[in-house]
Design a protein around this ligand. Structure first.
Ligand code: C5P
Length: 222
């Protein structure tokens, strides 16, 4: 039998990556950051000089693309067409483009086997928007994280500033809300809690507390 699959979904800034990474460390599991895969496709779209309004041209890029992710408990390295682009995936331009590119059904379809192959053996904490509903509907335990929009924007803004980007809080909040709305309203695999997901409001919970709660839920459910 395979190891456990833990699914973590939710909007931007709820602390998914931090919590997923900590949980993977505690369990000795792989951490699968699925957003990085959408970001890699966005990176390629940008590199090819395409706009997100050209879904057919973007779709045509896919068969000529190889995407590998070396997952560990912490940092995952993304190899796109043989090149390590890990350090180039979190810029505001790639973030904005990833949000648009992820609404293209062919992109989501193409990324499904990539994600499923990484999780095939289990022992994985997978984080994204549609993990519990689409990528791993058979996941052993599913979490859906939520938090107040103001709190989420504050976290995201702090991350951007720490990474050396000079952006206004209001702009960060507007961008984040726009991306969430796109994730929630797309036709294919929208952001929505799986019916069997454990919902956690992280607004006033430090990451460590969220992880402790998750470990308790995992233990209780198994
Ligand atoms: O989580 P992260 O911000 O890195 O994801 C980048 C973008 O990829 C998100 O804004 C979202 O639109 C998209 N995404 C998705 N489905 C996932 C993971 C990410 O649509 N499972």
């Amino acid at each position: 039998k395979r190891g456990l699959i833990i699914a973590i979904d939710g909007p931007a800034g709820v602390g998914k990556s931090t919590v997923a990474r900590l949980l993977a460390l505690r369990l000795g599991y792989l951490y699968l950051d699925t957003g990085a895969l959408y970001r890699a496709i966005a990176w390629k779209v940008r590199d090819a000089g395409l706009s997100p309004e050209e879904p057919l041209a973007i779709t045509a890029l896919l068969p000529k693309t190889t995407l590998h992710m070396a997952c560990g408990p912490e940092q995952s390295h993304v190899l796109l067409d043989g090149r390590d682009i890990t350090g180039e995936l979190r810029t505001p331009a790639v973030t904005a483009l990833a949000s648009m590119v992820s609404a293209i059904p062919a992109v989501r379809e193409w990324l499904l086997p990539v994600q499923r192959q990484i999780g095939a053996e289990g022992c994985v904490v997978a984080e994204g928007r549609d993990i519990g509903t689409r990528v791993f509907p058979e996941a052993d335990v599913k979490f859906f994280l939520e938090a107040d929009a103001e709190v989420r924007a504050t976290r995201r803004h702090r991350e951007l500033v720490a990474a050396g980007h000079s952006v206004h809080f209001d702009q960060t909040k507007r961008d984040m809300t726009g991306r969430d709305d796109r994730d929630r309203s797309r036709t294919v695999a929208p952001l929505i809690p799986a019916p069997d997901a454990e919902r956690i409001d992280t607004s006033s919970m430090p990451a460590e507390a969220v992880v402790e709660h998750m470990l308790a839920v995992i233990t209780a459910r198994l």
